[in-house]
Write a protein that binds this ligand. Structure first.
Ligand SMILES: Nc1ncnc2c1ncn2[C@@H]1O[C@H](COP(=O)(O)OP(=O)(O)OP(=O)(O)O)[C@@H](O)[C@H]1O
Ligand SMILES: Nc1ncnc2c1ncn2[C@@H]1O[C@H](COP(=O)(O)OP(=O)(O)OP(=O)(O)O)[C@@H](O)[C@H]1O
Ligand SMILES: [Mg+2]
Ligand SMILES: [Mg+2]
Lengths: 568, 568
């Protein structure tokens, strides 16, 4: 009596666009600027190109009042996108190139698509995407979204000639610039501060032109892709890692049989005599390749000859239960055979299929785990040394995941997959921007949550040109976060501090800056405006803030003493 | 050089489970309780069953310290789920029965699946679902999720006998009850307050049993499914409504040809003479059914005979461009033919395919739009009367959507699709719960945003047993919202009030209760903890709060005068 339905991800985000930051024309035009600028910066960063980004917002009808239709265009000098990928990249939700393990601003595969979707449902106009990957051919697309099916509809596609590489995307959407304007200008200004090697131009609807030139030509090295950190890895991730390392059974065909016979130096049809074949295999065993050994072991365990072997397909070998599952092509069904565990050939198979030892698995799969650490961990987790990962029961897998969380002697993560600002740049930037009497910054060592490395950087500034009132500036992966401050983990940490101890009141001229960078920021919302209170991140923020508040405290007491001196 | 990938929706929510409220063991066990209890209440509401819900949280190992594994079980006396739907309902993300247009707590099709996913990745145990829809057979399932493919893996399925209908679901997951316990108890208590006809039992890990008996047997009538309201309908929704009403071209087969010949009273093969057939059709035209008229019009416009007509499939008719597109089965490709617009039969086709007039469309598709309102609107939007909806250009469609937003004379929505508490129940509940000196409640008239009707109800209570400090209780569709208060639209509205004017200070004993019900609540997060600031909802909240603060203000001044009097 209930009618069940499945909806596509684009249909889900169309119905629930509030989740992605598209609740009203003010927020939507802001979020659209963000999504497009962040895509351009990511693309340039990944290819070590100094970014030149040009943002324009032009009303379609000058004299109407807000909210009304605007054309938002973001143009970059990045690598562009290969034209074969353009319709899917922009016309499909949950499709992108940033699902890997390195630091990037984008991570969901839907930012640009959502901006395009919002434009389409408010103005019914297709998006215009122009891209050149070689600086001579430029592919020009007009694309509409099939929202129910989550796929693009190509309205137009033409090729023109050009002299510059890069991507330009133009969306017609309903916005309220009178309300969103100051937030958009803040966003662009703060982005240029946190990305000092980027040049950003902004041409607003009123005709104003803002030009934020780069102040350095030094591009930080693009974050490398790296193995995950063992701390906090959950069971699902472990299972996938183990199955990725598991031995893949190749399909046996006549070509492979020919090769095997060659290795066995078998002549003619002698292989059809089971006893003779077994003797030949035994005699030549030390000289056989490992793939041949595996296939011959299967052959002998199943007591088949070559003609029979090509008629089946080995599906899986379960060492824990000593069974082999194969698909019989002629009978079109699967069979499960119990194997003789005392056979030499079964033992050989078991060795192939039981996978690496736990120590080898740890050193291969995770960053910064050497033999010594792996052995210490195996002992800590009460696994016997040499435990095979393919033989782990479900319960042992959960215990492994729990132990990875509790073991305290893993080295802190390799920070080369991250791109923090660095204390020097952070301090210089704060001094230049706020002109304070006091600045202190700190960069914490790399840490991890759920296998994802992260670094926390923080700064405080007091007095000088700073206006009264404690103000917080939050950044994540070099993106300024301007909304939903009060449900962000940084705000929570700041509120937990008893500022009176440091002689700081609500109206003190204090500025706090935080920057979290990670291979994956745990945002609370698809609109990427606030960070969730993951315990490990909260802890690092607390420690950074405690360090800075002690520095601030000693400055305040010196300042207090100096004022006392003056009075005398 | 970039490698693009598509990920499934379950993979997306696995990677980004912070979005759904599963960031840490404390929040996750709370969110899991919520998702399951809300499913049970929805199921009972929809079938007008007085809900008996039994929640148990039991640790798997008593003596360990938090966070640790718990078994969370929620058992209800609802209608159960047909066993064919169970694996998909719980094993697939974006699959559910609540995508329609009526008020329900659930709306995303992923709540229960996310709780199961979190359990699986922290404990590797399958979920246990037992369901009986007839009170005699009970289907028992153990299900694991294939997270990458977004589908269920059935581990076990058996049928036992039972005497009671309903669903029971049991998840083993890692939680932190020491931190989440008070929030979970608050949630259950507040749910029982806002759902006075539900009985909820809760058996907690420490062995405590909480029993919230129903205080009324009166179930509010289950909200009906209703047409959308015209206010705020976007272009995508309009397009889908129009294509749903568009004339569907039926496939012509021999059976249909036989029927047509019958209507034409044609004998033998006379139809193969085009001239004779045309005369016959003209003579019998007034007596033909409308489907026959349409097919014959196509036949004559394309100048085909019946034998040729069955070999093609009509794909679409574009009246704006006077073309007909058909698929030729023999040649396996599409053809587009220009039609003779002066032909009588073309005019007949155009009439069929140009769709309803705008006025008819409005009265058919939307609630509470009668002929008179539809004509007023058509004039307001500057469409000529009798404008055909299938002939609208893109620009006209956008203009229609804009005008639907600006027209102020639509009747307010039909509230029968909503289930508010009502002022009486709200006032009684507040009086009973807070025992205040002063209570005032208000229920605003139904309003709409983006076509979704909603009702705002609010209450304020002062003094009596209320402790010092302004406290806010938020509800949406009868769900208590206990997290992320400060990024909720209700909080924003309350903060915008200058409470000093009403002699209210930060430490005054004041309680504010808000309840928003809608066929779709615009949550900011998949975890359903805070509501987005949609302009229309914000406005209704403001007006409700202004009304209540005036009531409060006159109480405060009377109270002040009485205090003055006392002093003399
Ligand atoms: N300016 C650009 N230059 C080059 N590639 C781009 C550009 N903009 C988008 N892309 C490509 O299109 C893909 C989809 O972009 P989209 O914004 O929808 O998702 P995303 O950036 O991967 O993730 P997120 O939703 O977090 O933004 C990106 O992954 C990237 O590969
Ligand atoms: N206790 C129950 N009794 C009857 N049907 C249920 C029960 N729990 C879940 N269902 C069915 O399973 C479907 C999926 O539930 P799920 O919680 O994943 O999504 P939802 O409730 O539709 O939306 P949301 O994600 O917002 O909770 C529901 O739509 C409902 O049809
Ligand atoms: Mg992006
Ligand atoms: Mg649900």
């Amino acid at each position: 009596n209930e009618s069940f339905n499945q909806i596509s991800p684009s249909e889900f985000f169309y119905r629930n666009r509030d989740l992605a930051g598209f609740s009203n024309p003010t927020r939507s035009i802001y979020t659209s600027v963000r999504e497009l600028v962040e895509n351009s910066l990511d693309a340039c960063d990944q290819n070590r190109i100094l970014p030149n980004i040009y943002v324009t917002i032009q009303p379609t009808q000058q004299q109407k009042s807000d909210p009304k239709h605007y054309i938002l265009t973001v143009d970059d000098n990045g690598p562009g996108i290969d034209h074969n990928h353009i319709p899917l990249a922009f016309g499909t939700v949950l499709y992108g190139s940033k699902f890997g393990l390195n630091q990037a601003r984008g991570m969901f595969g839907l930012g640009a698509t959502m901006a395009i979707l919002y434009g389409q449902i408010t103005t019914n106009k297709p998006v215009r995407v122009n891209s050149s990957i070689d600086g001579s051919n430029r592919h020009e697309y007009e694309i509409l979204l099939d929202i129910q099916k989550n796929k693009p509809i190509i309205i137009k596609h033409s090729i023109t000639s050009t002299k510059k590489k890069g991507l330009s995307i133009s969306i017609c959407l309903e916005g309220d610039y009178s309300k969103a304007g100051s937030k958009i200008r803040d966003y662009i200004y703060q982005t240029s501060l946190i990305t000092p090697y980027a040049s950003i131009k902004f041409h607003d609807p009123k005709g104003n032109k803002y030009n934020y030139e780069r102040i350095t030509k030094f591009i930080p090295s693009s974050p490398t892709i790296i193995k995950p950190h063992p701390y906090g890895i959950d069971v699902e991730t472990l299972r996938r890692m183990i199955s990725d390392t598991s031995y893949k059974i190749s399909n046996v065909d006549n070509l492979m049989i020919a090769r095997i016979k060659n290795e066995l130096k078998m002549r003619g049809d002698v292989h059809n005599n089971y006893v003779v074949m077994k003797q030949t295999i035994k005699k030549r065993w030390p000289y056989l390749s490992s793939q041949t050994k595996t296939i011959l072991s299967i052959l002998l365990c199943l007591k088949l000859n070559f003609n029979q072997l090509v008629k089946i397909k080995i599906e899986s070998i379960d060492i824990a239960r000593n069974t082999l599952t194969y698909w019989n092509y002629e009978k079109s069904k699967s069979f499960v055979t119990q194997l003789n565990i005392s056979s030499f050939y079964y033992k050989h198979l078991a060795n192939e299929f039981k996978g690496d030892t736990l120590e080898t698995f740890l050193t291969k799969q995770f960053q910064r785990v050497g033999r010594h650490t792996a052995e210490k961990f195996t002992e800590f987790a009460h696994f016997r040394p040499g435990k095979r990962i393919m033989l782990m029961t479900n319960q042992e897998l959960v215990h492994l995941s729990d132990s990875l969380q509790k073991f305290s002697e893993f080295l802190s993560p390799d920070p080369s997959c991250l791109a923090p600002l660095g204390e020097n740049l952070l301090e210089k930037g704060i001094a230049k921007f706020f002109n304070p009497d006091f600045v202190s910054v700190v960069q914490r060592k790399a840490s991890a949550y759920s296998g994802f490395p992260f670094i926390v950087e923080m700064g405080v500034a007091y007095g000088g040109s700073i206006v009264n009132g404690i103000k917080l500036y939050r950044f994540a992966n070099r993106i300024p976060l301007l909304y939903d401050e009060s449900s962000d983990v940084v705000f929570k940490v700041i509120n937990d501090i008893d500022w009176n101890r440091y002689k700081i009141k609500n109206e003190s001229p204090l500025v706090i800056i935080s920057h979290i960078c990670s291979t994956r920021i745990p945002y609370k919302t698809v609109g990427k405006e606030n960070v969730a209170d993951r315990n490990e991140i909260e802890r690092e923020l607390k420690l950074a803030l405690q360090f800075l508040s002690r520095k601030l405290s000693s400055y305040m007491s010196k300042k207090g003493k100096a004022a006392m001196e003056k009075k005398r």
